[in-house]
Design a binder for this molecule. Structure first.
Ligand SMILES: [Cu+2]
Length: 175
């Protein structure tokens, strides 16, 4: 009776294909471009996702939350430079405004979706499902590829703790 197995398998395959074919933003004015995720390091227990969020509507929207099974805790974060010139991450509970007809970038050294306590390794090429929660557009679920090779857009924002001290002091010492 192996034939009875065939329809079940076919059904599963069709279901999976339909899942990928579904337009993610059918009724939404929100479009997410160039999303990628990365782990914080080789033995990382944390990671982050970056992307460009476009608002094609004529009203501002607000990204207020993010969810994912990849981590125990998912938060909207930003970076702030403190008095010592050290970049620190901060939770932003109110989230980020996506301006009407505009774009808000989540980028390295800036705003990002933070994954804390990874449930699974973030390996290159793996897909991470992330649900973004908007005040007006509601929930937008996207598939974010892990990209560990990607260089930061702005090389200057790269956090190199070994050079931070001397690099920051150099301009002040030259007077
Ligand atoms: Cu963070």
């Amino acid at each position: 009776m192996t034939q009875t197995m065939t329809p079940v398998k076919t059904l599963l395959a069709a279901g999976a294909a339909a899942l990928f074919a579904l337009p993610a933003f059918a009724d939404s004015q929100i479009m997410v471009k160039d999303a990628y995720a990365r782990a914080s390091g080789m033995m990382a227990t944390a990671g982050a996702a970056f992307m460009q969020i476009e608002n094609h509507g004529d009203e501002d929207d607000q990204l207020i939350d993010a969810r994912s099974d990849i981590a125990k805790k998912v938060e909207l974060h930003t970076h702030k430079i403190d008095d010592q010139g050290v970049a620190k991450m901060l939770h932003v509970p109110e989230g980020f405004t996506i301006p009407a007809g505009g774009m808000h970038a989540l980028a390295r050294g800036g705003d990002h979706v933070m994954f804390m306590g990874l449930n699974d390794k973030m390996e290159d090429g793996k897909m991470v499902t992330v649900t973004l929660v908007f005040e007006k557009a509601g929930e937008v679920t996207i598939e974010v590829p892990v990209d560990l090779q990607r260089k930061p857009m702005n090389g200057a924002m790269k956090m190199d703790h070994s050079k931070m001290g001397s690099g920051a002091m150099a301009p002040a010492a030259s007077n």
